[in-house]
Design a protein around this ligand. Structure first.
Ligand SMILES: [Zn+2]
Ligand SMILES: [Zn+2]
Length: 327
């Protein structure tokens, strides 16, 4: 197979020809048709996550077809289209797994971080963590759903029932969550990097009732806000933007330090929480709903060998929506 491999933190990915991997017991081999590029991949590249194992093939928004199943796999057939996301495995026996919070598992595996991911023509996945995708929609359009969509869905649930929802950072996740929130009758307020009028226009096109600079207050108090941008300085701003009893959800896996802020911003029973990873139940719930939501994912396609360019463009904010690698 061909793969883009990260040898050490900070290095560019290198294109490699490797032997085709074989699935072990309980695993499947997938021929990758598309793999989304996520902000978390930038954190993997920069070595900002403690868990990473090198060398690693990044990529945790995999869409493809099963071509080989290991011993003991049932319910999945060769040729079937499936998706693989960030949660590659959980132990099933730690206290978190036992209380139904496998997203917090003490001994997890993360796709494209602790086990090889989808920046390749083939990927191995634990069959129990694979999502059947059906045949509707194109591979590339589905790929961003596997993380931006799934984590986005979990973060939206975490934000609660509030009608006025702020989204900080209008990239791959927010552009999907904005559409889901709108379908639920919520009003979306989109906050972008100051002066990023292209992203603000994009947010309005996707139904945001307001879009503006993240250092400015919204036109009215919000019920909840979700932070997708990895910028700690946004936390006090988001707390300032929500009403009493409002909630601020930090949805990224990594964030710069949060500056100190006056207690008055948290006072009034405002809540500040983080979202970590996802459970398979979140994934099933979202993927079951997604076809009925009429989601339009905006994607920019790159050949597999141009993964470094895709990552650079993501870092630079050079496109709206999501980057997708197609081998
Ligand atoms: Zn566990
Ligand atoms: Zn991701």
């Amino acid at each position: 197979m061909q793969a883009m491999v990260l040898e050490r933190p900070g290095a560019p990915l290198s294109f490699k020809e490797m032997p085709d991997p074989l699935p072990g017991p309980g695993e499947v081999r997938i021929r990758v048709a598309a793999c989304g590029v996520c902000r978390t991949d930038l954190h993997v590249l920069d070595g900002e996550l403690a868990e990473i194992r090198y060398p690693i093939i990044p990529g945790h928004e995999i869409v493809g077809r099963i071509d080989l199943a290991g011993a003991g796999v049932s319910g999945l057939a060769p040729g079937q289209r499936v998706g693989v996301g960030w949660l590659g495995h959980s132990c099933g026996i730690c206290p978190y797994c036992r209380m139904g919070r496998e997203n917090l598992c003490d001994r997890p595996a993360f796709t494209g971080c602790t086990r090889n991911g989808g920046f390749a023509t083939m990927a191995i996945a634990d069959a129990a963590y694979v999502f059947p995708l059906g045949e509707a929609d194109e591979d590339a359009a589905l790929a961003p759903l596997m993380c931006a969509g799934l984590i986005g869905w979990r973060s939206l649930k975490m934000a609660g029932e509030g009608r006025k929802l702020g989204l900080y950072g209008f990239g791959a996740a927010a552009h999907i969550v904005a559409q889901v929130a709108r379908s639920e009758g919520r009003s979306v307020f989109a906050f972008t990097a100051p002066g990023d009028t292209k992203a603000q226009t994009f947010a309005r096109e996707l139904g945001a009732v307001w879009a503006g600079d993240s250092d400015r207050p919204p036109p009215e108090p919000l019920d909840a806000a979700i932070l997708y941008a990895p910028v700690g300085a946004l936390v006090p701003l988001a707390l300032k933007a929500v009403r009493k009893g409002g909630r601020v959800v930090c949805a990224g896996i990594h964030m710069s330090d949060i500056p100190s802020f006056p207690y008055a911003l948290l006072w009034g029973e405002r809540e500040l929480v983080s979202v970590a990873n996802l459970t398979r139940a979140d994934g099933m719930e979202f993927l079951e709903r997604a076809p009925r939501l009429g989601l339009h994912t905006r994607t920019r396609l790159y050949p597999l060998a141009e993964a470094n360019q895709a990552l650079a463009d993501l870092k630079a904010g050079a496109f709206e929506g999501a980057a997708v690698l197609a081998p």
